[in-house]
Design a protein around this ligand. Structure first.
Ligand code: DC
Length: 222
């Protein structure tokens, strides 16, 4: 039987940093579901279908072959054979992912793919609806959050480090808008699963969060 750790939470709470490290220490596969929604958003935009309607999205989204691979340098994201690891990381791609993730055809296709990935291997999967919808039976669920100001500052520093121009106020505004979209959408909105443990990382380092999750995993197994 495979073991699953589900990590949900709003944009910029540090999910991917923490999930990646937890997976590395446990030798589990890390599945970044946000990356899948980002790749799908780019695909729909390239076909002019990102604004809907649902029928157009349904007709088009079957043509997106999205894969995640693990390489020495980290996880790579592929869209129809093209490496989109870098191009999905812009704020624009994040907003596009957030808006197109509300289409039922998109959620259906990606949820199916994610369930399949977790069926046969131990995974740490992060996203918005993993504990509530993708892996409702996951033995460990974390809801990782942090204040809007903390999340905006982290994103700002991340972009600055990559040499990308960024405006803190704009990032904060984007985060608020994305939270609003993710929380209020009809299908699988972002929310804490009843059996998820809430971890507020505002005053914690990534290492502290990782240790907390590993501790919780030990408790679950005991
Ligand atoms: O985690 P991220 O910022 O890469 O995610 C981008 C968007 O994708 C997010 O704003 C909402 C959507 N998403 C989703 O709806 N469900 C998931 N499991 C993961 C992401």
């Amino acid at each position: 039987m495979s073991f699953q750790i589900a990590i949900d939470g709003p944009a910029g709470a540090g999910k991917s940093t923490v999930a990646k490290e937890v997976a590395r220490r446990l030798n589990y596969v890390y599945v970044d579901t946000g990356a899948m929604y980002r790749a799908m958003g780019l695909y729909l935009a390239s076909k002019g279908a990102d604004g809907g309607p649902e029928e157009a999205v349904e007709a088009v989204c079957g043509g997106a072959d999205i894969r995640l691979t693990c390489e020495d340098a980290g996880q790579k994201v592929w869209l129809n054979g093209e490496d989109v690891t870098e191009s999905i990381r812009t704020e624009k791609a994040g907003m596009l992912a957030s808006s197109t993730s509300a289409f039922s055809a998109v959620r259906k296709k990606l949820t199916q793919l994610q369930k399949e990935l977790a069926r046969t291997q131990d995974v740490v999967m992060d996203g918005r609806d993993i504990g509530t919808s993708v892996l409702p039976d996951a033995p460990l669920k974390i809801y990782l959050t942090a204040s809007v100001a903390t999340r905006a500052r982290r994103r700002f520093l991340e972009l600055e480090e990559k040499g990308q121009a960024a405006d803190l106020n704009e990032i904060e505004e984007d985060i608020r808008r994305r939270d609003e979209q993710d929380i209020t959408r009809k299908l699988s909105p972002l929310r804490q699963a009843e059996d998820a443990v809430m971890v507020d990382s505002s005053q914690m380092t990534a290492e502290e969060v990782v240790e907390r999750i590993l501790e919780l995993k030990k408790e679950r197994e005991a």
